[in-house]
Design a protein around this ligand. Structure first.
Ligand code: NDP
Length: 320
């Protein structure tokens, strides 16, 4: 039986990945900054809370990282922890850089220090590409980060590449484009839109206030994206992969689809709030996930309208 260590198991991806690996027969251990205090609501929602082992670990504390690695003795480590909101990174740039760039370095260094044959996955981000002016980004596209979050993710990406080249670690980054699910916290705009549309349809709210809805992104379905993470660690060679649906839509299309799902016209319900605009943003995020299809055999089945529909259905079920 293989053992997997999921750093950041309480989050959206951590919970889905834990479910996937349990179904594949892995022993799954997960970390949270404070496992005593964390409610692990996502693990409970998926019904797997009792099937995973939970530990406290702070990625920014090398001792803590080393201790967990030594105790758990994992075959595979998935680093999904760290400050994950682009918007919040403008307000907490140091925390963002520390938790992502220093956190990833601590994990890599601890793996190198133990000398154990551990396969390492790092959660990279399409935010690293910045504005490609509509050109589809792939594994060879240069990084031009436009937020403290993207700067931190870019640093972590190169740390992983360096440890792979310098020390021969099996370490890779998945450069994931946006992926959503009912487990997304409402701080993220997609969930905010879904919850807003359902609340307005139910008559408990009147308006939904949003920032710039002209931005365009590639949105996929999170449970599919964790499969790509797993597949990357099953390859002969450690390599980086861009993971996306390959289809880009505007946030306005996302909003329109969500309101259509609840039988409303978005234009009657949505107002612009300029205070929600980011200091710098990416106008268009577009992806070329051809390498993942060719080498991993991975392809997204669900596109933006499916994602919206499934999130709205889940939210309505919750409200009932
Ligand atoms: P979540 O925010 O749902 O989960 C991240 C986890 O990291 C949390 O559960 C939390 O665990 C931990 N965490 C949060 N803030 C900090 C912090 N300041 N310092 C240390 N740990 C922290 O993220 P997702 O599951 O959506 O994403 C997983 C990873 O993938 C993240 O690294 C994210 O940046 C990246 N990513 C996500 C994308 C997406 O569309 N979802 C796209 C591209 C990349 P706890 O509170 O228990 O310690």
């Amino acid at each position: 039986m293989k053992t997997a260590l999921i750093c950041g198991i309480s989050g959206q991806d951590g919970a889905y990945l834990a479910e996937l690996l349990l179904n594949k027969g892995y022993a799954v251990c997960g970390t949270s900054r404070d496992a005593q205090m964390s409610s692990f609501g996502n693990l409970k929602r998926l019904g797997i809370y009792d099937r995973v082992k939970l530990q406290s670990m702070s990625l920014t504390d090398f001792r803590s990282v080393l201790q967990v690695l030594t105790q758990v003795k994992p075959d595979e480590v998935y680093n999904l922890a760290g400050q994950s909101s682009v918007g919040l990174s403008f307000e907490q740039p140091v925390e963002t850089l520390d938790s992502i760039a220093r956190g990833t370095l601590n994990l890599l260094e601890a793996i190198r220090f133990t000398g154990a044959k551990i396969k390492f996955y790092n959660a990279g981000s399409s935010e690293c590409f910045g504005d490609t002016h509509g050109d589809p980004a792939d594994e060879n596209t240069p990084f031009r980060p436009r937020s403290p979050y993207a700067v931190a993710k870019s640093a972590a990406f190169w740390e992983v590449a360096n440890y792979r080249e310098a020390y021969g670690l099996f370490a890779c980054s998945g450069i994931l484009f946006n992926h959503e699910s009912p487990l997304r916290p409402s701080r993220f705009v997609t969930q905010k839109i879904v919850r807003g549309a359902c609340a307005i349809a139910a008559g408990t709210e009147d308006k939904l206030y949003l920032g710039d809805i002209s931005v365009r992104r590639d949105w996929g379905w999170a449970p599919e994206y964790v499969e790509a993470m797993y597949l990357m660690l099953q390859q002969e060679e450690a390599e980086d992969y861009a993971i996306a649906t390959g289809e880009t839509s505007s946030l306005q299309d996302f909003v329109k689809t969500a309101f259509e799902c609840v039988g409303l016209n978005w234009e009657d319900c949505v107002e612009t709030d300029k205070s929600l605009y980011r200091p710098t943003d990416i106008a268009v995020g577009r992806a070329n996930p051809a390498k993942a299809k060719q080498k991993l055999g991975w392809e997204a089945k669900f596109k933006m309208p499916d994602v919206v529909r499934m999130m709205v259905e889940a939210q309505r079920d919750r409200m009932e």
